[in-house]
Design a protein around this ligand. Structure first.
Ligand code: ATP
Ligand code: MG
Length: 562
């Protein structure tokens, strides 16, 4: 089997910054991090962030560069250990390694708490008793400045005492918050005295009941970066307006170093919903069978469907990293996928919608002949297997037409076609059931056509087949795009644009015997039908389930244009 091929990584404005910082001596070793919130499974958008931060560390490995996996687990109400596990599995599957640097923001709760006390001591933070709604009203808006809270002038001692009592659990959820004292009239709303701590009497997946106050994202992120010695903290554009706050904390706290935040545009994909919240709704509302349903754009869903890490990494390399939002055509991902699968997937024959074809002049007495199937352009050895022909096979219903148009090179009454790797057969009789459905084709074979054309005639068509006696029954799941519109997120309700045909289940599929011991997750090209992968959840020994990863060509584009 050929190895998959990794696309060369082009530089981009972030990689240029890292390179310059090394050249100028600002840093000797780049340190990056990928900081998922463990509130859902990763999706292909996250792959872009992973490829960027882990990729930079890989490219500078010679300097000792590293990328941390840090769970941003400051919100006790949403986080679950299941997500922590799945995220690690997905990052590893993409081919990246955080070494010893698996971190949790919750490990820094004590430091963050002490830094909050530091800010109070400097007169830069205060406890506010306003309820959430009043606080929102006083915050002003983009055109109007905010107004000071009546508690803004509290003395340091009182603030220290109240904050300690917040931690001690004296107050109910929402009763008080700790806020930074910056500027209620600041043009950037994020600097209008942002909340640093909220009260939440709720157990945390790691710290249990140790805390009932939890730091905000803004108060956590930059300081966690600093604790870990991150040099370049790469995040998506929505954090651009948080950068001044990120820098404000770093400049007012005794942090060990000052990481630099740089923002880039998210990956957006057509016909795809990328948002953990919405993906979670699809799961919770039973619209799919779980986070790893192959209709989901989660990494675990794509993996189960048969996507390769190389295809996803190559997509990210192709899309590149910029500051400009744009939508990537999902056809580009499918292209990267076919490119990789074409090189790496062994060819096999499978008949998705079988009709029986009986060879009437086949020698009797249980005669079997071994056909050498070899097709695998990438690596002939990998494509080699024997298939026994015994006079009765299944062919694809689509490969027969009773009343064919001109230039139909497949099978029709009186017509001749090659059974791939085998003999040519001519259809002599069409057998139908009482409803007029074709159930069997009676054919004659020409014993003189193994590996060569018959004398005086050219047989143009070659169709795939499976020997009836040795065929393996399987279920096949065909997937189409999950949404019917390019931008499902723009709909009032994305549920209305779920493609009802996104999953079609075929039972009674016939596989060639070489597929008998296909392993969970193993990928194949089913000749003329597409790329398929053994479902890792629902397959059982002797009862395989295959997922269609992607069709050979883009049938969708044809359909919508036609
Ligand atoms: P979602 O919006 O899907 O819930 P998120 O950004 O809230 O995603 P996090 O767990 O906070 O999810 O994200 C971890 C990292 O992944 C962040 O640095 C974020 O910027 C990045 N990220 C999230 N979505 C994308 C995307 N579509 N393209 C690139 N990076 C992304
Ligand atoms: Mg988030």
């Amino acid at each position: 089997m050929n190895d998959s091929e990794e696309q060369p990584q082009r530089s981009d404005f972030i990689r240029d910054i890292v390179t310059e910082d090394l050249a100028s001596g600002k840093h000797e070793t780049p340190v990056t991090r990928f900081p998922p919130e463990p509130n859902g499974y990763l999706h292909i958008g996250h792959a872009k962030a992973i490829c960027l931060s882990f990729g930079i560390a890989e490219e500078h490995a010679a300097t000792g560069a590293r990328c941390h996996l840090r769970f941003d687990d400051t919100n006790p109400s949403k986080e679950e250990s299941e997500y922590v596990e799945s995220i690690q599995e997905d990052v590893r599957w993409l081919g990246f390694d955080w070494g010893d640097h698996l971190h949790f923001s919750s490990d820094y709760f004590e430091s963050l708490y002490n830094w909050a006390i530091h800010l109070i001591g400097e007169g830069l933070a205060y406890v506010d008793d306003l309820d959430a709604e009043t606080m929102r009203e006083l915050r002003g808006n983009l055109t109007e400045p905010g107004k000071d809270s009546p508690h803004r002038g509290r003395g340091i001692e009182e603030n220290l005492d109240l904050f300690a009592r917040m931690r001690a659990g004296e107050f109910a959820d929402g009763e008080r918050v700790l806020r930074a004292k910056i500027d209620m009239a600041h043009a950037n709303m994020n600097l209008r005295d942002p909340v640093l701590y909220r009260i939440q009497h709720r157990a945390h997946h790691r710290t249990g009941d140790a805390w009932c106050i939890y730091p905000s994202y803004d108060f956590t992120h930059g300081q966690s970066d600093a604790i870990e010695g991150v040099t370049h903290s790469l995040c998506t554009l929505e954090f651009e307006h948080h950068r001044p706050l990120y820098e404000w904390f770093l400049s007012h706290l005794p942090v060990p170093c000052k990481p630099r935040q740089i923002e880039f545009a998210k990956l957006q994909l057509s016909y795809t919903l990328l948002s953990k919240r919405r993906l979670g709704q699809m799961v919770d509302e039973g619209l799919v069978d779980g986070w790893d349903d192959p209709r989901m754009a989660t990494l675990s869903g794509l993996r189960r469907r048969g996507y390769t890490p190389t295809a996803i990494r190559n997509l990210c390399a192709t899309v590149g990293v910029t500051k400009f939002n744009s939508v990537t055509d999902i056809a580009l991902l499918e292209h990267a996928l076919r490119e990789d699968l074409n090189k790496t997937s062994p060819r096999r024959m499978a008949v998705l919608d079988p009709i029986k074809l009986t060879i009437t002049n086949w020698p009797g007495g249980g005669h079997r002949e071994t056909m050498n199937a070899v097709n695998n352009p990438g690596d002939p050895e990998a494509g080699k297997r024997d298939i026994d022909l015994d006079g009765c096979v299944y062919i694809e219903r689509d490969d027969f037409m009773e009343d064919p148009p001109k230039k139909y090179y497949r099978l029709s009454p009186g017509g001749e076609v090659r059974l791939r790797y085998s003999y040519c057969v001519t259809c002599e009789e069409v057998i139908k059931d009482s409803a007029g459905v074709v159930v069997e084709l009676k054919c004659r074979y020409d014993p003189d056509t193994l590996g060569k054309n018959p004398e005086g005639r050219k047989v143009r068509g070659a169709i795939h087949w499976v020997p009836a006696a040795d065929a393996i029954d399987a279920e096949v799941r065909l997937y189409e795009r999950t949404f019917t519109v390019e931008n499902p997120a723009a709909e009032d309700d994305w549920r209305t644009v779920i493609n009802p045909g996104a999953l079609q289940v075929l039972s009674g599929v016939k596989l060639e015997p070489a597929l008998a011991d296909a392993a969970s997750g193993e990928r194949f090209q089913f000749e003329r039908n597409g790329y398929f992968c053994v479902d890792s959840k629902d397959s059982a020994p002797g009862k395989p389930v295959f997922n269609r990863t992607v069709a050979l060509r883009d049938s969708w584009a044809k359909k919508t244009k036609g």
